[in-house]
Design a protein around this ligand. Sequence first.
Ligand code: NAP
Length: 507
Amino acid sequence: MICVTIACGSHTRMVAEHERLAQEGVKLVELRLDFLRREPDLNRIIPHRPTATVLTVRRQQDGGLWRDSEEKRLMLLRTAIATEPEFIDLEIDVAEKIPLFGKTRRIISYHNLETMPENLERLYLTMLAKNPYFIKIAVTPQSLSEMYLFLNFIRRKNEEAKQLGENGIRVIGICMGEMGKAARILSKRFSMPYTYATFSEDRIIAPGLIVYKDLLDLYHYDYIDQETAVYGIIGNPLGHSMSPLVHNRAFIEQKINAVYIPLQIEESDVEDLIRLAPELGLQGISVTIPHKTTIISQLTKADQAVEKIGACNTVVFRQGERIGYNTDYIASIGSIETALDGSILDEDSVLRNQTALVLGAGGAGKALAYGLVQRGAMVTVTDINPTQAMELARHFGIDYIRWEHRETLQPNILLNCTSVGMYPKVDEMPYSKSALRSSMLVFDAVYNPEHTLLIRTAKEKGCKVVTGIEMFVGQACYQFKLFTGQHTSPSKMRIRLKEAIARMNWA
Ligand code: NAP
């Protein structure tokens, strides 16, 4: 179950949002009275509440907004419990000051906004002694290992509680921060009774809290169960990564019981993630900046492209093996060959003996240069950072040209693998209009926006073009096949991706 938190400054809005959530089928709502700007008027929000309700008045030290005295807060809690909401949230240290009343069930809570408690078992036992209906423990793990130990503890306690039947006390475990999003989405895997979510994006009142619509529509929370296979993306930052959207939709459309989650982790956590993958139920991961190189040392097997490019964007966990792939290069090279009336399946590639200029010697530049060389093209690379470009040229045995001289080359294929032109700096392009020739094929790895200034200008000039959307969709389809063994529809993925980018840019 999802408990949606409403945290807003006005009573009128709180009531309206509660009504809306009820109409949308939400069954449990937390009202954060500490967010109300005026003195909370329980008569306006409790008697006609449209769903089961948790009343919470959170202190600032626990991440709340309550500004008045502690005495007044306790008085409000006592008055609140007398209105008999379904649940009341009481911090562990005040629980004894607010006696049990009527049918209201007590959620005894603990918040640590900085770290982990020293002794979880002791904390749990203390909370258990305070007459809880549920226990809620919110902590801030400093590493993935800490997060795992915590979640394992929560799972154990919930399983023990299930054995006790009606007398068992279930625990909601919350890991603050971006890394903890995974635990919020996977709450059922840890047998938690429910997970918290926020009403809207502008109300992320606790770090890592997810918008309830995203939990339902993006992660398909209602369909997750103990059997659900878990996939994810590791990177930092993950921001508005589009990968969860395309993979989760494909899982639903193809009726595969799986979920794809964001795992924003530090480089120092990569090794732990690999170690803990089986415990977290992870069967495969996408890897993005800055972990594409770090991950390689954790693989037990890798395809040739990973070794040659020195970057891995996909890991599959199978029978104790951790197998690395690079689907970036094959997707983009495939799209370019198709645009030139060839196919990635042709033994003799349309790219053979074509001249190609790769702008940018980072992750995408390396993948594209590798693919072009594999298919027989004559490749030159350049980058604003000459050392990086020279290193790449030496690695693949290709030519290098200084960034300032790039337009003296007029290649058959021009590839932008820098971030120039990416949202929000959409008025920039890495190669001038006057240097473009209608005979060129122009590829741009940037996918937001799809029609970068470079792509638009190249089209005007009569060039063939391939956009970063094709690369993104292609690599995601290859990944999906590696993860699940099944094909997914590139055209559906393309539509979803374009819609999501449009929504994001309008927001
Ligand atoms: P990266 O590893 O940071 O490489 C980008 C390279 O371009 C770096 O060497 C960078 O130099 C250079 N560069 C940056 N700004 C430049 C400028 N103004 N002029 C010249 N060179 C410049 O990034 P990446 O992973 O390769 O990604 C590059 C672009 O491709 C991004 O926009 C990314 O979103 C896109 N991409 C798309 C897909 C897809 O599926 N469509 C997949 C991967 C990447 P410095 O390091 O000195 O900044």
